[in-house]
Design a binder for this molecule. Structure first.
Ligand code: CYC
Length: 169
């Protein structure tokens, strides 16, 4: 698992080089954004249960067929599995926000996920919609907590969306 700092160290070490101007600029911007990242993650953590619940309600309101007979989130077990997945996405998104690096998502969340979803007929488009709804709620929480430039909150949600949506070749 990597973060913004270890990724940089790794690549400079592989080249056997001291940090140059680019590396130092990128480290500086990472540390400058640190307080905002912690602030955003704190706000999301404190409201995680509510974010997942609200996002679920909104998703099923938009796509009621998911929870009707024949829908993938129909039956209590599958409904709960769906909300649990949403909670996973939210929690891992906060890790990626703190790390300022998406590697944790690749390693812990995305590996094999599309295959699992396909084999269980979990609709990827609807899952992506759920993730996008959570993104908006998470950003709102960060803004409400006083994070000035909260656009970075979108990053892990968009990353999961992009990776999950990619077509099989
Ligand atoms: C931490 C990393 C991690 C992830 C991401 C993860 C996802 C994950 N979601 C699963 C199932 C599932 N995922 C969903 C999700 C949904 N169905 C819908 O219609 C909605 C669109 C959507 C919710 C937004 C459902 C309903 C199942 C159960 C499917 C079934 O068993 O038939 C399964 C199959 C095993 C199980 O049921 O637990 C996995 C592995 N597991 C992990 O360990």
């Amino acid at each position: 698992m990597r973060d913004a700092v270890t990724t940089l160290i790794n690549s400079y070490d592989l080249a056997g080089k001291y940090f140059d101007r680019n590396a130092l600029d990128s480290l500086k911007s990472y540390f400058d954004s640190g307080t905002s990242r912690v602030q955003a993650a704190t706000a999301i953590n404190a409201n995680a249960a509510a974010i997942v619940k609200q996002a679920g309600s909104k998703l099923f309101e938009e796509l009621p067929e998911l929870i009707r007979p024949g829908g993938n989130a129909y039956t209590t077990r599958r409904y709960a599995a769906c909300l649990r997945d949403m909670d996973y996405y939210l929690r891992y998104a906060t890790y990626a926000l703190i790390a300022a690096n998406m590697n944790v998502l690749d390693e812990r969340v995305l590996q094999g996920l599309r295959e699992t979803y396909n084999s269980l007929d979990v609709p990827i488009g609807s899952t992506v919609r759920g993730i996008q709804i959570m993104k908006d709620l998470a950003r709102e929480q960060a803004i409400a907590a006083g994070v000035a430039n909260a656009a970075f909150v979108d990053e892990p949600f968009d990353y999961i969306t992009r990776e999950l949506s990619e077509q099989n070749i």
